[in-house]
Design a protein around this ligand. Sequence first.
Ligand code: GRG
Length: 293
Amino acid sequence: MEHEAEFLLEYNQKVELINEWLENVVPQAEGDCIALYKALRYSLFAGGKRIRPVIAMAVCEMLGGDVEQVMPFACAIELIHTYSLIHDDLPAMDNDDLRRGQPTCHKKFDEATAILVGDALQALAFEIMSRSEINPIIVLECIRTVATAAGGDGMVGGQIRDIGGCEDAELHNKMNNLKTGALIMASAWMGALVGKAAIEDYRPIGIYAQSLGIAFQVKDDILDVEGNAEKLGKKTGQDSVTDKITYVSHMGLDRAKDYLLELTDNCKDEIAIFGEKSFFLQDLATYLYERDN
Ligand code: GRG
């Protein structure tokens, strides 16, 4: 990556700001609900990359918006993402013991707690957004964006399609657009809403986010085949053990890598219309292309 040092500095500053905000908006693990918030904080502060909130912040800043104003929405999307991972790890779903190199929520605590932590995270996300004091029309648009992206027409719809199996390439792509792509798209969309994007800004931002969402999943599938389990913090090779349809099983490893490059280039080309203000988002696409966890 060309401006790697500057990019990483800015990325880490954004992650620090998100973590500060999350620390303040999430209740402390004390009082008579300690069991819930202890487990919730365990999962929320387990070292996630915070990609979705970073996207919301970066889009807002690219458009000249005030980053403080987008923070409740950036936090909300991370809470929804964390809930989805906790529920995805449950025995009824992927049945995973490890997440980010540490025991999954239901392994560290128990299944009932993990289910309730996911439920509480989802409700908290909407509460935090509703407390924003910016223009209520924008707040309402953001709330609707997250609700649609998280629900049956978004992530949950993608998850149920995944459970049902998607043999056909087109259905498989649609499933990933929903399961992984919807929250990434919602992050960019909220950055655009809070950053007061002009009508014509939504198309390139939308195409950037859609390509990035698919690229993210293609990379995830490639890492399952040739990633390092220690760096990933979870077992590799799981997709072939479970006979899961992935971009790699569909296309083969080499074509999946070509597709990943094509999607990454597409992200950069689309967002480049915003000139040098888009450098961070362009570098983010490269960073995700190169990621090893
Ligand atoms: C259970 C309702 C429900 C939905 C689950 C997101 C999801 C749907 C399942 C996760 C399964 C999975 C591995 C999807 C691939 C892409 C993905 C979301 C990876 C994890 O996201 P990262 O890498 O996670 O941003 P970190 O750990 O950095 O927060």
